[in-house]
Design a binder for this molecule. Sequence first.
Ligand code: NAI
Length: 372
Amino acid sequence: MSLNPRLVKESFSVVEPQADKATAYFYGRLFAENPHLRGMFPPAMDVQRDRLFSALTRIVWSLDSPDSLAAFLGQLGRDHRKYGVLSEHYTAVGNALLATIRCFAADVWTHEIEAAWVAAYTAAANLMIESAESDAGTSPAWWPAEVVDHELRHPDIAVVTLRPAQPLPYLPGQYVTVQTARWPRVWRTYSVANAPRPDNTIRLHVRSVPGGWVSTTLIRDTRIGDTLMLGPPMGTMTPDEQSERDVLCVAGGTGLAPLKAIVESVIASGRRPNIHLLHGARTAGELYDLPDLIRMESSFPWLRVLPVVSDQPAYDGMRGHLPEVVQRFHRWDEHDVYVCGPHAMVNETVRRLQADGVPLARIHRDIVPGEH
Ligand SMILES: NC(=O)C1=CN([C@@H]2O[C@H](COP(=O)(O)OP(=O)(O)OC[C@H]3O[C@@H](n4cnc5c(N)ncnc54)[C@H](O)[C@@H]3O)[C@@H](O)[C@H]2O)C=CC1
């Protein structure tokens, strides 16, 4: 069986515009043929559907970049251990996936396309299974973590500090998934907002999202002493330790979390680059971490923190939309850049920086799935 990325991509592009229907069909088929698997998924499947399709999209479009694909599938395989996924489940998922693609790409379907999908899925599943198996020898499938601090910094934003029962090995900029006792099997992603600490505690920045079960629970119904569950660390937006360049961090709202971890780690590395950290919020009250950032700034003279407010005309400081403010403030074509926040803000910031000559290879961003 040989891989044929072109055939997989061409047929997938026929399915992509029908993503909602295709994922609903996929899960319908999976659960009809394997009713015992339903219990492994959360009661409401909306976020799960989006996740499946975004992971599939990422896999299909990276078929030509074996290294980054293998890294992504390795993380995905390790992460699936927390759901109790076993290697035999991959056959059930593969059958339902193939039936789905065949149904939604029926107009272009051929034996060659079928063979290309079978080969691609088999290779991807094998990578995930191997990574899960080798991880099982060294790491837990998930980490129980005690809430050791809970600060409501704004009616909709909390900073939660956790102490995992065992050290959680992560890199600055990575994210973890979180499950609360109140919502079994519902996992949501949050970036770790600090560089690794000697006491192993980690901080999360949580904003309540309308209808967001986990974020609302973490903000309103979580107390010191509660236990949460954490999945393994994931994500590729980590600092480039070899780089000698100055650093620009552009943070929108709680997208500050991973960038604060990155800034802390650059400071801890002993390097002395100039760091600009722009933190954008809609109102001054949502600059929820300003006192901490100002403390960091006063202890590291090479750091400059710039709060920016977009939706409060009376704000007595820098006002405007982050992408425009970033662009007019300075030229950044010699910097390493890290950007995190709402998708539209990130896309627009990256677009403007590129237009100003910052090479894409120096702009670091991550696609963090789910609500916050
Ligand atoms: N909590 C966490 O650990 C993490 C959160 N994120 C993401 O960060 C985002 C944070 O959202 P909020 O705090 O609600 O941010 P928000 O909606 O309050 O906006 C924050 C800033 O982004 C700007 N902005 C928003 N939409 C924009 C657009 N379309 N064009 C230009 N600028 C725009 C605003 O003007 C403001 O300066 C979420 O999308 C979340 O998924 C990402 C990684 C980690």
